[in-house]
Design a binder for this molecule. Sequence first.
Ligand SMILES: [Zn+2]
Length: 503
Amino acid sequence: MHQNSSLSAHVSRTIVTNAYVVTVDAADTEYPSGFVVIDGKVVVAVGPGQAPAWAFSGSPAPAIAARDGAAGAVDSGTGTGTSTSTVPVNSTPHDSRRATVTVVDAGGHLVTPGLINTHHHLYQWLTRGYAQDSILFDWLVSLYPLWSAIDADLVEAGALGAMAVAAKSGCTTVADHHYVFPSGSGDILGGIVRAASELGVRIHATRGSMDLGRSQGGLPPDFAVETIDAILAASDQAIDQYHDASPGAMAQIALAPCSPFSVTADLLTESAALGRVRGVRLHTHGSETVEEDAFCQTKFGKTPTQYLEDLGWLGNDVWMAHCVHLDEHAIGRFAATGTSVAHCPSSNARLAAGIAPVPGMLDAGISVGLGVDGAASNESGQLGTEIRMAVLMNRLRAGADGMPGRRAIRMATMGGATTLGRDHELGSIEPGKLADLAVWKIDGVEHAGILDPVAALTLGSLPPLALLLVNGERVVENGVLTRVDERVVANAVAKASTTLQRR
Ligand SMILES: [Zn+2]
């Protein structure tokens, strides 16, 4: 995907300068005062000090040979002197001979890759505040009837609200797990994909499913489930309609039967087979609670991981949410098969599910991303704050050095990219990668004077988001969404929530 060097007269170049740049490349390179050069959708240079002259002149980037040069430079932090007082997003566009160049002075700011959310249930934005003191199974049973009344219009309103909040907390890519498809509810996935497009964020939507109703020994009521045939046909159709396999894709589809206690073994087997024939990824919940573990032991005589592995649900095309109760054997199987994990610390705390053994997973070589989970079990919906939550919660189990802040940032970026199969083009700031970036303001009263600027994001309050770029385009600017009117989104969410409540 590396673009070569000839710029047309219409290429739009953005130069971010004077920033503390956290690249999350393989060497964890940071530039205490550095630059990022973006041409169109793609990062073409990153490094210490001032951006090179060719960047300001609008000349083509000297190929991607710059990549190796940049990667070799570590922490010099020299070349810019003191930063200017310009507000970073007050940028200066000017036409040069070859390109339109916009310079963003990011003095007093931290630049990270855009954050990647690996697990959400966007529709739950409409059901925040319910069953506030319940464990997972009781919480689900109280919410299933309400969720069974959703339709495409309501879900689109909820998805807009949920992704608006995610974007405002630094998130550039959202993976959504949607598994409730009431009869006659319309094109729900279409609404989700449209909402992402309206906001300007990347979406990994899933065609999820439930087919194990209560009368068959499952947890969900019978009216909330579908038949296998209907699910597989709809899954096939969702891939045809919404899956973009091309480089730089803004929308992809995965298949996602909900959980061991809400789907049949046949659905798991057949969904995995279909996903592999169609070349899309597979997602589900696993090992979230002790009750789920007991369900699998009683019904199948196996742990959730043993059960899922026997049905083809471990593999490098699978990512699994939660994994709170993985034992040593399960961690070994995840590592051996390349199965990824979506770690959702806030949701696990709200439902008292437990503390996932994430440091052990990472040490074993498992790819772990962060997720907010649905807003019915994490009313915050902010991905940025999950970094701090991951740091704090994992220390409760693994000790003070069990989850360094930078390790959590890596989970929120490269970990997420790998988990979603996008590590070749997302997750780090390196030449050739897509220009998904978050620019955090750390010179305000909340963070000014902090010894380590990175700790502002990992341990401090969530820094104000000065700029969020997706594909090099501004999605958030000075904390405000650029493409939608937040008041309109908020009003639509309030109205849709009330409508659902009254159904
Ligand atoms: Zn979930």
